[in-house]
Design a protein around this ligand. Sequence first.
Ligand code: ALL
Length: 329
Amino acid sequence: MVHAVMAWARAVVVGTVVLGVAGCGGNGEQETVVPDAREAGPPRVALVMKSLANEFFATMAAAAETHQASHAEDYELIVNGIKDERDLARQVAIVEEMVAAGVDAIVIAPADSKALVPVLRRAHDQGVVVVNIDNRLDAGVLAEERVAIPFVGPDNRAGARAVAEQLTRSLQAGDSVAILEGIQTSFNAAQRKLGFEDALNAAGLAIVDSQSAQWEMSQANTVAASMLSEHPEIKAILAANDSMALGAVAAVKAAGRGGKVPVVGFDNITAIQAAIAEGDVLATADQHGDQLAVYGIETALGILEHPETQVADRETPVDLVTAETLASP
Ligand code: ALL
């Protein structure tokens, strides 16, 4: 992270110098051509993520920094994130700041699939290469804005279905379950809900409640607690990410039902692995968040090198994680 902040500071300084010289028009200094450091140096890639309070994104940032360190000749990296999963305005502002700083590419995990499209279209129009990772931008809004942005990320529906299928094996047809959804305007949140429903409906389970806890642990704790008291018949809780799964586990324990209401999640953060080992969480999905940004950066560098090539979306792996898979090397 320190590296990222320094890169950002350097970018600002470079911008100031170049603008300062350009502003000296009329006094003969225009002939002193100061090489634009932005063009002279390696391309600058801005990684724009969501909440860095979520281990998923902290891991993603660390992997991107490691990748940059071993490709230091090839590109500079500027790492950004927001503090609150719902702070769309801040993420929009970060994109604007990155464009103003003259970055060559933006690799973004959008906090919302629709709200980020206009600012990304503007970035694209200004010649910035934009690559969408993790949470897919809305196809309809992209079409309205007449912009094509490649997507690099997993099949969230398939991943969620696999997690829910693992759960249904320990339940019986007719059993009641509840879902904790992510931010509902995120495509991946919607896909995970659909994936859960695919498996639950196929197994004949009753979904008695489904609400958003905005991807966040404390909200999930509150929502799950009220679900458990309103629907004491709930036999399991499916959370669309691990932060919410951990919040649900705490609610289950607080309701005095620890170990009796299995929870599932999505992400495979380290904290969830302990909960799986203890039997509080039955399964999660590893979407290899550490590699997601790296794949996105590679895609962006490829476009910068060959701007004429048409770039296809890239599907990244997602794997089921259970006590057995964690035990096997
Ligand atoms: C999604 C990611 C993760 C994460 C969530 C929270 O886009 O795929 O599952 O937990 O964002 O921001």
